[in-house]
Write a protein that binds this ligand. Structure first.
Ligand SMILES: Nc1ncnc2c1ncn2[C@@H]1O[C@H](COP(=O)(O)OP(=O)(O)OP(=O)(O)O)[C@@H](O)[C@H]1O
Length: 685
């Protein structure tokens, strides 16, 4: 006996009220305990396209739609009486004739096709003025990517305006392939692996993304408790493969914002914990807020799975390093930026540093000397000056080194360390035989790792198989200058994989945000992260960019938008207002006050927005003198570093825009941030 849970069931359950969900849970648990459903009121739906389809009564009005095959039950849908019956009448459960994957196929009805998919009848030539992106595709081409046979004609006749409806109407694998093709990709990249004749249609990777076997009541309850958290139950085949893959060395998963990198990292940690009772896993990221969010998602994943969660420790990497440092040495006292600034100022006023300005020396210390753990004048002369274009002659280097030497000595005298020094010392300790209390490390948001952290991780895991799993997106690097990981001993070349399905943001928002970044970004080790071919799984209203005359006008514009959101029943907690820096918080607050929408709307800086997501986002104060941040840029003396900082400012706007699921408003005061010109550029994807 098996109980299968379909993603369509999760979607439908999520639309019911809290009380109705409770009633459904009782009925499904009964069904798990008694698969024959003897105590339930069941009815076979003869009119359904499949004689194995039944309805089970939950309450007077609620019905579950099931597919029953012997003792096996598949929870397919749940809804109010008429809605549930209508859904069942229009669905067939059949293995795909080419791929072998079990699909739930919507019945194609001509009159109904006047809806979002425009069916014009003939496939031989385009019948309307609207372009028909698939009209020249052969049956074979479409069958190869999982288009159900009865949809072949309808897809060929589809107008391009109906593209966004693909995901609602077709099985996901077919929708992804067709969408990618229509936007410049290749169908060949989506051909499913052939299956053995007679193999289980539910075991096919494409079927596993929509059907999941639930082995016990705990698993069922966990799935039913969080119908919105579909990621906890259903993974894309590529995500699933990455989670379970055995790798010979450090590996990295990349992908643009919202493609599920964090989800893969979480499942990976659980997979490692499940596979080995002795496993000790560090699941880590860079900020405390992100670590908290990882921990709460992890709780959901390990719910009902005994002590599995105890094998996984969630910490920021800095917290983990600090704990380790305290255990091995003593509790570190960290030098603050102003202490370092003061030491440099003192050194220069005492005549050290020659012509070099304190500002230049501070940057040089932060970006090179401290970041790279330089401890002597010889190493300082040979360190790669990536991101710093200012060349220093031998004499200047010597002069500068006198200052850095002074900084190092003074920090030592006062018992102060920097983060880089903490990691540096831990790396030495590992080199001398020390070992982490973890045998696996999973890092989320790895694009912002520092040089010292990369060295530490490289030393901690060496080349050990399955020991280090990194998730990140170079396009979202918002803190660091780029550098080569491979040169520091962390080589992921040949073991980097890109996710292409965006689950968070609508097509419209993703397409607009993508204009901020090049179609592919190559890291310092030559590993390319392609953003082309990424598809979103749902559709939404077009994002809006508004440039206003002054702050008051902007506040009024955002207030009107907030009211519109709440009138569309978007709760305050599902709305975020993001700004470049805390200095613009007052504008966000004024907009919330003017809209009178209570105080649950979240305000955050673009930096803190990482890891958050909202149904609706307003990115406010994108003014010419706010983004890129002129104060930050003015503080930079080196041209190349200026360029990098400029890029990270652009990345910040990308991060902010991609926090939105359905609605996005971007505002600023005329003439507006220069980045808005890119956002506005016509979509050439
Ligand atoms: N297989 C899946 N099924 C359903 N939802 C998913 C799936 N994978 C990811 N999601 C959802 O997509 C959204 C984005 O996922 P996630 O945060 O992992 O993306 P990300 O690539 O880490 O994004 P970012 O780069 O912005 O941090 C989340 O709401 C997540 O729940």
């Amino acid at each position: 006996m098996t109980l299968l849970y379909a993603s369509t069931f999760a979607d439908a359950l999520g639309k019911l009220s809290h009380n109705e969900q409770k009633q459904v849970k009782i009925t499904t648990v009964d069904l798990m305990m008694d698969p024959k459903g003897t105590g339930l009121s069941m009815e076979r739906l003869n009119r359904a396209g499949d004689d194995k389809v039944w309805s089970a009564r939950v309450s007077q009005d609620l019905r579950i739609i099931l597919r029953r095959d012997g003792d096996d039950n598949l929870l397919a849908y749940v809804g109010h009486h008429d809605d549930a019956y209508r859904w069942a009448e229009r669905r067939k459960f059949i293995p795909h004739e080419r791929t072998g994957a079990m699909q739930i196929v919507e019945v194609v009805e001509r009159e109904e096709m006047a809806g979002p998919l425009v069916y014009t009848g003939s496939s031989s030539e385009p019948a309307t003025q609207e372009a028909q992106p698939f009209w020249a595709l052969s049956d074979d081409q479409m069958l190869d990517v999982g288009v159900p046979s009865e949809w072949l004609e309808a897809v060929r006749a589809m107008g391009e305006g109906a593209l966004d409806a693909l995901f609602e109407r077709l099985p996901a694998e077919a929708a992804e392939a067709l969408y990618d093709f229509a936007t410049g990709g290749r169908l060949e990249d989506h051909i499913a692996k052939p299956v053995e004749p007679g193999s289980d249609p539910f075991a096919h990777p494409d079927a596993q993304r929509r059907f999941r076997v639930l082995d016990n009541v705990e698993e069922l309850q966990a799935a039913l408790d969080a119908p919105f958290e579909k990621w906890a139950v259903f993974l894309h085949p590529v995500q699933r493969e990455l989670v379970g893959r055995e790798v010979t060395g450090p590996t990295r998963v990349t992908g643009s914002a919202g493609t599920g990198k964090t989800i893969v990292a979480l499942h990976r940690a659980v997979h490692l914990a499940r596979g080995d009772e002795e496993a000790r896993i560090l699941l880590t990221t860079f900020s405390e807020e992100l670590a908290r969010s990882l921990a709460s998602k992890l709780d959901l994943l390990v719910q009902g799975q005994g002590d599995l969660g105890d094998r996984i420790t969630v910490r920021t990497l800095d917290q983990a390093a600090e704990e380790l440092y305290t255990a091995q040495f003593s509790a570190p006292t960290r030098a603050t930026a102003s202490q370092i600034r003061a030491i440099i100022a003192k050194a220069t006023s005492a005549g050290l540093g020659g012509e070099l300005t304190p500002q230049f020396l501070l940057e040089e210390w932060i970006e090179l000397v401290d970041a790279w753990g330089v401890t002597d004048a010889e190493s300082y002369a040979t360190i790669p000056r990536i991101g710093r274009r200012t060349r220093l002659g031998p004499r200047q280097r010597e002069t500068a080194w006198a200052v850095f030497d002074d900084v190092r000595q003074r920090l030592t005298q006062r018992g102060l360390v920097t983060w880089a020094m903490i990691y540096g010392q831990l790396t030495e300790w590992l080199r001398d035989g020390g070992a982490l209390p973890f045998n696996h490390v999973v890092v989320d948001e790895a694009q912002d790792l520092t040089v010292a952290q990369v060295r530490f991780l490289a030393e901690a895991v060496g080349g050990r198989a399955d020991a280090l799993f990194l998730a990140g997106d170079i396009g979202q690097r918002i803190f660091r200058l780029p550098f080569s990981w491979a040169k520091l001993g962390l080589d992921i070349r040949g073991r980097s994989h890109t996710l292409k399905v965006n689950y968070r943001t609508s097509h419209q928002i993703r397409a607009m945000a993508d204009r901020l970044l090049p179609p592919s970004i190559t890291d310092m080790d030559g590993v390319e992260e392609g953003r082309r071919g990424t598809v979103s799984v749902f559709d939404g209203p077009a994002p809006d960019i508004r440039l206003l005359d002054d702050e008051q006008a902007e506040i009024a514009c955002v207030a009107a938008w907030l009211k519109e959101c709440t009138s569309e029943r978007i709760a305050g907690g599902e709305i975020g207002i993001l700004v470049r820096s805390e200095g613009q918080f007052s504008r966000a607050r004024d907009a919330i006050a003017a809209a009178n929408v209570g105080n649950s709307v979240r305000i955050a800086t673009m930096h803190d927005a990482k890891g958050l997501e909202f149904r609706a986002v307003a990115v406010m104060a994108c003014d010419e003198d706010v983004l890129p941040d002129p104060v930050r840029l003015a503080a930079i003396g080196d041209i190349a570093e200026l360029e990098t900082a400029f890029e990270t400012e652009r990345h910040l706007l990308y991060v902010a825009c991609t926090r939105a699921r359905d609605r996005l408003l971007v505002t600023g005061i005329k003439p507006g941030s220069e980045f808005l010109d890119d956002l506005r550029a016509s979509d050439t994807a």
